[in-house]
Design a protein around this ligand. Structure first.
Ligand SMILES: Nc1ncnc2c1ncn2[C@@H]1O[C@H](COP(=O)(O)OP(=O)(O)OP(=O)(O)O)[C@@H](O)[C@H]1O
Length: 267
């Protein structure tokens, strides 16, 4: 999964670099939201927010996510990463008829600390699109009864820190079978921070119940457009393997024997 996606993202970067260098002669027209497959309801909602055309990360990530691919994307802060996954996530939930097992949300957005902000962004888009989706935010400081009340409202999207998941499972607020039956999209926002904040055990509590068909999106900030350094790739591949987010067969090619050994040891 990650390899195919990354290849496509790198292709886009190459094209952009070529444009930057070759520049002026043949400037390619940038694709619009419509051309990358966004639903008219979302496009109308965006124009109300004065968002007219996709940013580079959105141009690459949105079509891949709409196609159902698992995506690992890195782009610098403020480049539009949140919307790069939020637009297609909302579109998939309101236009595709997925499993309507409302014993658990259909999408989980896991964030290191800024859940409030992501919930507000999702809620305002849902409101502007006038679609029937409900987003709820959970915090690990919430009592089990509050978690139960929040999830009792049958939300479609759950925004929380990973710490909430084991709590929901251990208190019976969420059943493992409900997650397996309902979860269609899992987003790890700020994935590098999530992994460095010591959330690995919490994430594992969830990954054990992620269904095979669930689409996984890993987003993270970077000072570069898309990470392609050896070090970063290794970190991501390790994370994907360790968290068992890659659930199908994959072939991984390494440049050096050393990297092959390191990957093997990490798994
Ligand atoms: N296509 C777009 N056109 C214009 N503005 C946009 C577009 N996409 C996002 N924005 C605006 O850019 C700002 C940053 O977007 P967003 O939060 O998605 O970026 P981010 O990469 O996730 O940033 P961070 O790493 O800080 O979370 C927001 O104010 C958002 O409204």
């Amino acid at each position: 999964m990650a390899e195919v996606t990354e290849q496509e993202l790198l292709e886009e970067k190459k094209n952009r670099d070529a444009e930057d260098v070759g520049g002026n002669e043949e400037e390619e027209e940038e694709l619009s939201f419509e051309e990358i497959g966004l639903d008219p309801r979302l496009i109308r909602a965006l124009s109300k927010k004065n968002i007219q055309k996709p940013t580079p990360i959105q141009r690459v990530a949105i079509p891949l996510i709409l196609e159902g691919k698992d995506v690992v994307a890195r782009a610098k802060t403020g480049s539009g990463k949140t919307f790069a996954y939020l637009f297609p996530l909302l579109q998939k939930l309101f236009s595709e008829r997925g499993p309507k097992n409302k014993a658990a949300p259909n999408a989980f957005i896991l964030v290191p600390t800024r859940e409030l902000c992501q919930q507000a962004k999702a809620s305002s888009l849902i409101e502007l699109c006038r679609v029937q989706l409900k987003v709820v935010q959970l915090m690990s400081s919430m009592a089990a009864s509050d978690l139960r009340t929040a999830l009792g409202g049958l939300p479609d999207i759950l925004v929380s820190t990973p710490g909430c998941i084991p709590k929901c499972l251990s208190t019976g607020v969420l059943q493992p079978s409900s997650i397996s039956g309902a979860l269609q999209i899992l987003v790890l926002d700020e994935a590098d921070l999530l992994l460095s904040y010591g959330y690995e055990d919490d994430l594992r509590a969830l990954t054990a119940h992620i269904p095979r068909h669930c689409q996984c999106l890993l987003m993270s900030a970077s000072s570069r457009y898309i990470s392609c350094s050896t070090c970063d790739k290794l970190l991501y591949i390790l994370a994907l393997l360790k968290l068992e987010l890659v659930q199908k067969k994959v072939l991984i090619f390494t440049n050096t024997i050393d990297m092959g050994f390191r990957l093997n040891a990490g798994n």
